[in-house]
Design a binder for this molecule. Structure first.
Ligand code: TPP
Ligand code: SF4
Ligand code: MG
Length: 401
């Protein structure tokens, strides 16, 4: 048994970033947290960051469990205190990349005060917020982001509170990088996390995500697949959007994209600037002068860039070989199916004299049969989708108004 686990761990592409020995995880089927963690692990892999110089901090909640599944140094701290713990880590060891991965309740409810002050100080940490509009772990209570009119265990008649627009909150507080995606936008999310990991300052990434068991079920919004379909239909990509316009209404449009990306001194840089002004160039923090620390930082940046280039080269090589395989397998079914039918029927029907004409006719027939089959499948899928949509949406609309 233990050797099976060892083999599973060895074979997994996520080994080295996720603790495969701790699988299966606790998250419900269809919950968005799993794909987000995968995106995070992929982004770390691609970033070239030395895993020994990365720490993940989570608070309490379903999302808070992320800290237990990553194969880096991590802390599963108390509810709402992920940001202060991350701040302490960063100040104690500024060479560490510190990432907070937590729920919206943890970060902006009980931890709201820490959130705004870390953003205000431009603390050099990455904050990834899984926003599922609910306190998932404790039974689906209303949170600071639950859309107006949505049902939760504490708002059975619909939420009467006005929700936070998190990108706007982060922007107003001073965050220097702000992006929003949904758990369906894996590729954007990977890129965005990678970008946040490579920069300095308070980076905030919000991920809109389905809590299937509590939020979706209670609001009659279907299952995890319905949520992904909804995200696909209602997400509006708007890089650089005014964060004031990124509100989320119940089942309304979701503005996604990178909204803010600006430079300003981080907390430690601002401290340096101030102290150098007062003390002069001999000023030391962590036993080093500012130029000494800057030289160290530059050397580390070069090491990360080299590691990243190696990872990307490996990925490209893999993608090239996979592309070849996909190309062949994508082409084979259509062509071989048509060819097979033609050969079979031609052999059966074609006697000696009319052979040429019959074969041509049959070829046309075979082609159109293949076409009809494809359109039949398409029509079936479309009908299924429509049926599913109406089942998922109609009751929700009825109860909503
Ligand atoms: C000080 C304190 N207050 C309340 C709780 C109960 N509690 C645990 S998790 C949680 C909600 C977490 O919600 P969120 O951060 O949105 O994470 P999710 O479960 O939705 O991923 C609450 C209220 C606690 N553990 N500690
Ligand atoms: S309760 Fe909700 S947030 Fe928690 S694991 Fe289940 S689906 Fe995810
Ligand atoms: Mg939540």
């Amino acid at each position: 048994m233990s050797s099976d686990i060892a083999q599973f761990k060895k074979d997994s592409p996520m080994s080295g970033t996720l603790r495969m020995d701790r699988m299966s995880h606790i998250w419900c089927p269809g919950c968005g947290i799993g794909s987000e963690v995968n995106a995070f692990a992929e982004a770390v892999k691609r970033s070239g960051i030395d895993p020994d110089k990365l720490a993940v901090v989570s608070g309490i909640g379903c999302t808070g469990r992320v800290a237990g599944y990553v194969d880096f140094d991590s802390i599963h701290t108390t509810h709402g205190r992920a940001i202060p713990v991350a701040t302490g880590l960063k100040l104690a060891n500024p060479n560490m990349k510190v990432v907070v991965f937590s729920g919206e309740g943890d970060l902006t409810g009980i931890g709201g005060n820490h959130f705004i002050h870390a953003a205000r100080r431009n603390m050099d940490i990455v904050v990834i917020c899984n926003n599922n509009f609910t306190y998932g772990m404790t039974g689906g209570q209303v949170t600071p982001t639950t859309p107006h009119s949505a049902i939760s265990s504490t708002t059975p008649f619909g939420n009467h509170e006005y929700p936070f627009n998190l990108p706007f909150l982060a922007d107003a507080a001073g965050a220097t990088y702000i992006a929003r995606w949904t758990s369906m936008h894996s590729r954007n999310l990977i890129q965005s996390i990678e970008e946040a990991l490579s920069r300095k300052g308070f980076s905030f990434i919000e991920i809109i995500s389905p809590c299937t068991t509590l939020y979706l079920r209670r609001n009659r919004l279907g299952d995890g697949v319905d949520a992904l379909q909804f995200y696909q239909e209602s997400a509006v990509l708007k890089h650089g959007a005014d964060t004031r316009e990124a509100d989320i209404d119940f089942q309304g449009k979701i503005v996604i994209g990178k909204f803010v990306d600006k430079n300003k001194p981080t907390y430690i840089e601002a401290l340096d600037n101030r102290c150098v002004k007062v003390v002069g160039d001999d000023y030391e923090l962590y036993g080093k002068t500012v130029p000494e620390r800057e030289a160290e930082e530059k050397a580390e940046k070069e090491r990360v860039a080299a590691r990243r280039a190696a990872v990307m080269a490996e990925e490209e090589k893999k993608a090239k070989s996979e592309k070849g395989v996909t190309k062949i397998s994508a082409k084979i079914p259509v062509k071989s199916a048509a060819k097979k039918t033609t050969t079979k029927v031609a052999k059966k029907v074609a006697p000696k004299t009319t052979a040429k004409a019959t074969v041509t006719k049959v070829k046309v027939k075979a082609k159109s049969t293949a076409k009809t089959a494809t359109s039949k499948v398409k029509a079936k899928t479309a009908a299924k989708t429509v049926a599913k949509k109406s089942v998922a949406k109609t009751p929700a609309k009825k109860t909503r108004k």
